[in-house]
Design a protein around this ligand. Structure first.
Ligand code: SF4
Length: 476
């Protein structure tokens, strides 16, 4: 890579699709690129390096990426030294098809190779210099992309390890809350999910590395840390050599991590996502009891209320076990606001299975839910299930579920009126003067008026109004 002052003016444009994991990965890549003196730009036409960080969760994911690459092609034709890379889950799952369809991509790399990015970039730049000497007609017809998508690539000699770099932090954005990745991949193999195939097996970050990142962020002014992973509950099992939660001798390294992060004085609030009920032990409930910085909201994905469906989904818990875990938490945090993910119309789902889901949702009184119709994910076991549910039935079930939850969320929001809630103010309301948005301890969005800049402040607010999406409050 060039000398520091040589590279100062380089710009990177990153487009990120999908989940919070991808958002955190993009911030991490910006951190790595910052070391090479790349700065982010919001304009693709200004960039020296374009990186598309992709998501595979929706149907036709590759087509969307290919279509975006088609829009970017004129930039590559105008500037043959522009480097284009594709990362994330589409890169991992469909690298060969991508390389064939869009040969002018320079690098295709999977989520397991993020730390190799500086290396990969250096190789492409070197190659581009050689090509330039051989021919002035370096163009979009160049050689095939460099494709690196193996899991555990470091062990296979692809990687030159680099020391840990803090993620990118934009001093102008005044960010109050930030994601910190603690574990990647998943060992659970739910039959509908691509994650174990696109992100690989679970790999936890060492606690020191996580703590360094948290300390870096709080020094910048961040107040709330959201610990992130496909399944945070299994954090650290790989580090202590336990193949799963049941072989961990009662230890839950994730609970230990919550204590550690909570001990950082500048951290005001801690949230985490996502939790699989299967990998959840009483140690987590104890952490909720002991650690007031862990907020009073908990996203616990259930997916279905029917034991038959849970079994076919390979979720490895029953409806009764889900309620048991909920009770552990509600015993120590009676006001906790639960949220969840639900799939309707999974193959073989009968009316009775759906009724079981509906009754679970009614009993749980979730603050909100993310509900989706099941759709086929290439390469997952559920694609081979013969008893797929017709679309019109899935549509009807989804509408029934969402309509129930809409009323429940409104009911709960209205019940907040008159209460005093502690709100962490996150950002300015762009549509109104002297107006700010924050989140209550229970995770509800709250609008509050004040002529003062409240960003980053933890303030008591009296709730005076509510609708489906937000509460409104007065400073007290
Ligand atoms: S636990 Fe979550 S990430 Fe892992 S396979 Fe199941 S749905 Fe996918």
């Amino acid at each position: 890579m060039g000398e520091k002052n040589e590279a100062y003016l380089k710009k990177v444009y990153i487009q990120t699709w999908g989940c919070q994991m991808n958002v955190a990965d993009s911030e991490r890549m910006l951190g790595l690129l910052g070391r090479l003196n790349y700065r982010p730009t919001e304009l693709a036409q200004d960039a020296d390096f374009i990186l598309l960080n992709t998501c595979h969760i929706r149907e036709k994911a590759r087509h969307k990426v290919v279509s975006r690459l088609g829009e970017l092609r004129p930039l590559k034709e105008e500037n043959p030294h522009l480097i284009i890379a594709v990362s994330g889950c589409v890169a991992q799952a469909e690298s060969q098809a991508l390389a064939k369809e869009v040969p002018y991509i320079d690098i295709i790399f999977g989520p397991d190779q993020i730390e190799d990015l500086p290396n990969l970039l250096e190789k492409v730049i070197e190659k581009s210099e050689v090509d330039k000497k051989v021919s002035e007609s370096y163009s979009t017809n160049k050689a095939a992309p460099m494709v690196i998508t193996k899991f555990d690539a470091k062990e296979e000699g692809y990687s030159i390890p680099i020391d840990v770099v803090p993620p990118y932090y934009d001093e102008n954005k005044n960010e109050v809350t930030r994601y910190v990745n603690i574990i990647k991949g998943c060992n659970n193999f739910c039959t509908f999910c691509v994650v174990p195939y696109t992100r690989g097996r679970e790999k936890s970050r060492p606690e020191k590395e996580i703590l360094d990142e948290v300390n870096f962020l709080v020094q910048k002014g961040v107040k709330e840390i959201i610990l992130l992973g496909q399944n945070v509950n299994s954090y650290g099992l790989d580090l202590i050599g336990a193949p799963d939660i049941h072989s961990s001798n009662g230890k839950l390294p994730f609970a230990d991590l919550l204590y550690t992060v909570s001990s950082v004085p500048e951290v005001e609030r801690i949230r985490f996502t996502t939790s699989n009920p299967h990998d959840f032990t009483p140690a987590l409930a104890k952490a909720f009891a002991d650690l007031p910085k862990v907020t009073n909201s908990f996203h616990l994905a259930v997916q279905s209320g029917s034991d038959h469906m849970l079994d076919r989904m390979n979720r490895q818990y029953t409806r009764a076990e889900y309620f048991e875990r909920v009770k552990w938490i509600r015993d120590v945090r009676p006001e906790i606001a639960f949220s969840t993910d639900i799939i309707v119309g999974f193959p073989g789902e009968t009316e009775q299975d759906f009724e079981d889901t509906l009754s679970l949702v009614q009993e749980m009184q979730y603050a909100f839910i993310f509900a989706f119709k099941y759709s086929i994910r290439k390469g997952t076991p559920a694609t081979r299930f013969k008893d797929q549910v017709p679309e019109d039935i899935k549509d009807r079930r989804l509408q029934t579920l969402l309509e129930f939850q809409r009323k429940e969320t409104e009911r709960q929001n209205r019940a907040e009126i008159g209460k005093i809630r502690e709100v962490l103010v996150l950002y300015k309301n762009r549509k109104e003067e002297n107006s700010w948005y924050g989140r209550s301890y229970e995770g509800r969005l709250v609008k509050v008026q004040s002529p003062r800049n409240l960003i980053g402040k933890l303030i008591p607010v009296k709730i005076i109004g509510a609708n489906l999406t937000a509460l409104e409050g007065h400073l007290v």
